[in-house]
Design a protein around this ligand. Structure first.
Ligand SMILES: *[C@@H]1O[C@H](CO)[C@@H](O)[C@H](O)[C@H]1NC(C)=O
Ligand SMILES: CC(=O)N[C@H]1CO[C@H](CO)[C@@H](O)[C@@H]1O
Length: 274
């Protein structure tokens, strides 16, 4: 369904710059509304435009439920919509915020970014068995539906810095699976290409403070590999890489322990947020 060539553009630095400057339609299929403003205004303008839209919407549909509520990460005050619909062709489902939290690194506990997990909970066939542990319920959601991780840096950083963190987490997952004997040598050989592709997707460019980076795990389709989309940058079709990217955020304490705990709290009253 998602043809790779139409989904994203090539991830050379030139292509990234060109796309951001010229807005040619080819690569805009999964495109962040804030992208074109990245270098000028950042996230604040994006959010204030949401506020304007909300104001307009509520003026027009007074009885419509307030859809785009905002929740802040208490550690960073970075705001997240509680309901996220990323424009794309073919369309992506509306995803619901399940948890948000801060990612800190090193012994200095520097706040690096806020991260939020969203998932498409609209499919009535998605029944998360209550008998599963919290970790298994998260894994069940990742295995069965569209998920989004939205990462918003608290300070200016670079794509390569984030990339190195992602790759380290994936290699750690591979090592864990190898040690547990759950990574067949066939799978291990199969993921080398997709891992290289993922790594090469991130441009050698800065990522401004408060600019969101969205990672999208497309819903499973029978007989097909899962697809991981790094919004505006590229995609990888490999079920192991795609799902393990998301699993890595919830392994052990989690890459952001507060985000994992927040997701677990949401799962306890999942009926009320669906
Ligand atoms: C999700 O899929 C992975 C890989 O196939 C599997 O190891 C894991 O047990 C699944 N999660 C659940 C809750 O069944
Ligand atoms: C429809 C579907 O994909 N169901 C899957 C949901 O997740 C569980 C656990 O990973 C699988 O066993 C199901 O096949």
């Amino acid at each position: 369904m998602f043809r790779q060539s139409s989904l994203v553009f090539r991830s050379t630095r030139a292509a990234v710059c060109r796309s951001r400057l010229l807005q040619s339609p080819l690569h805009t299929l999964i495109k962040h509304p804030a992208t074109r403003r990245r270098h000028f205004h950042g996230y604040g303008i994006f959010l204030s435009s949401i506020a304007v839209c909300m104001a307009l919407t509520s003026a027009v549909h007074l009885d419509a439920p307030a859809k785009a509520e905002i929740r802040e990460d208490t550690a960073t005050s970075i705001p997240f919509e509680t309901s996220l619909r990323i424009p794309s062709r073919p369309p992506l489902p509306t995803c619901t915020l399940l948890g948000v939290g801060v990612r800190k690194v090193s012994f200095l506990r520097v706040k690096v970014y806020s991260v939020a997990l969203y998932a498409d909970l609209s499919d009535p066939k998605l029944e998360i068995p209550k008998t599963l542990s919290a970790d298994e319920q998260i894994s069940y959601i990742i295995n069965n539906t569209t998920c989004i991780l939205r990462i918003v840096p608290t300070r200016s950083t670079s794509f390569s810095h984030l990339r190195d963190g992602f790759m380290r987490a994936l290699y750690a997952r591979a090592k864990l699976a190898r040690d547990e004997g759950t990574l067949s040598s066939e799978t291990e050989n199969g993921i080398q290409g997709p891992l290289r592709k993922l790594k090469s997707m991130f441009p050698n460019m800065p990522l401004q403070k408060h600019t969101p980076l969205d990672i999208i795990l497309l819903a499973p389709q029978p007989g097909k590999q899962r697809t991981l989309v790094v919004r505006d940058l590229g995609s990888v079709e490999d079920s192991w890489v795609a799902t393990e990217f998301f699993q890595s955020y919830f392994s052990g304490e989690g890459i952001s322990p507060p985000m994992k705990q927040d997701v677990i709290r949401s799962l306890e009253h999942i009926e009320t947020i669906r």
